[in-house]
Design a protein around this ligand. Structure first.
Ligand code: AMP
Length: 282
């Protein structure tokens, strides 16, 4: 059966309300489309937590800077809908730009602290765009549980903070990063990689694994970060936005010495015209 697609908040609310009235728990997986196994793994995870799963596909312009890839971002709704149906999704919410940002739209949500370092520095305004659209989507869907990927670890922490701070009645669940066999984190943006760049892209995760091993062996954070950045430059990455060990919760900086609390290694680097990000638990 083809996946039902709704484009307005009113239609979405009516469907979800009917499920909830029947006592069913509702899960939600927001995406920007161009779906891959990573997204589908989140739908399956949502399925284990709820009887019904809503996915959204909305390429949110406010989280792209003017020089970024909003226009080029891959879009294929029919393919996305078929993949979602195969993963057990019940409903696709695919709103128009005008439905999400009608004339006169004037409100933004900014999460201080956790959204400031890392991608907050590298992509000014990005997390305000994310926090605003996620607030809207969570209010629109009214799900019991929403699933986000650890692939975007800082985003996940920003959303956890946002939901706590604004008392939003939804459980936030993080899903593990789906990877290719060589370790490269699956991403819609991997489609931008040229064939000869693909093996280099995998070096990002390989270098991170080496760094994690060194950290777990007690090596100092500062030395490991510096060596990882050098290894990425040597592998052929251009701009390296960051390779840093951070507190796993609030993403604050660790001291230069050995890791002394739950931590996360996060990296972002540009290969050709593709910006890749990845992160792993220390
Ligand atoms: P996006 O469509 O890239 O905005 O991502 C939508 C959701 O899928 C976000 O919660 C992402 O963190 C998650 N996601 C993206 N790539 C992966 C992946 N490789 N593994 C798991 N989740 C992912």
């Amino acid at each position: 059966m083809p996946l039902p697609i709704v484009r307005t908040v009113a239609e979405l609310r009516a469907r979800v309300a009917a499920w909830k009235a029947g006592g069913e728990r509702v899960g939600f997986v927001p995406t920007m489309g161009a779906l891959h196994e990573g997204h589908l793994s989140l739908v399956r995870l949502a399925r284990t937590r709820a009887q019904r799963v809503v996915a959204s596909v909305f390429v949110n312009p406010t989280q792209f800077a003017p020089n970024e890839d909003f226009d080029a971002y891959p879009r294929d709704e029919a393919r996305d809908a078929a993949l979602l149906a195969s993963a057990g999704c019940d409903l696709l919410f695919a709103p128009t730009l005008a439905e999400m940002y009608p004339e006169g739209f004037a409100t933004t949500v900014t999460v201080a602290g956790v959204s400031e370092p890392l991608d907050g520095q590298a992509r000014p305004g990005h997390f305000t765009g994310v926090a605003t659209v996620v607030t809207k989507l969570l209010n629109q869907v009214q799900a019991d549980v929403a699933v986000f990927g650890e692939k975007d670890y800082q985003q996940l922490q920003v959303i956890r903070r946002l939901v706590r701070d604004l008392d939003m009645p939804v459980e936030i669940v993080g899903g593990p990063t789906a990877r290719a066999d060589d370790g490269l984190a699956l991403s819609s943006r991997n489609a931008y990689l040229a064939a000869e760049e693909r093996p280099v892209a995998a070096r990002l995760n390989q270098v991170m694994r080496e760094a994690i091993a060194a950290l777990n062996a007690g090596e100092a954070v500062a030395a490991v970060e510096a060596r990882a950045a050098e290894a990425l430059a040597a592998a052929g990455f251009g701009r390296i936005d960051y390779v840093e060990v951070r507190d796993a919760g609030d993403l604050s900086r660790l001291g230069p010495g050995p890791v002394d609390r739950p931590a996360r290694l996060l990296a972002a680097a540009v290969l050709g015209r593709t910006r890749l990000i990845d992160n792993m638990a220390v």
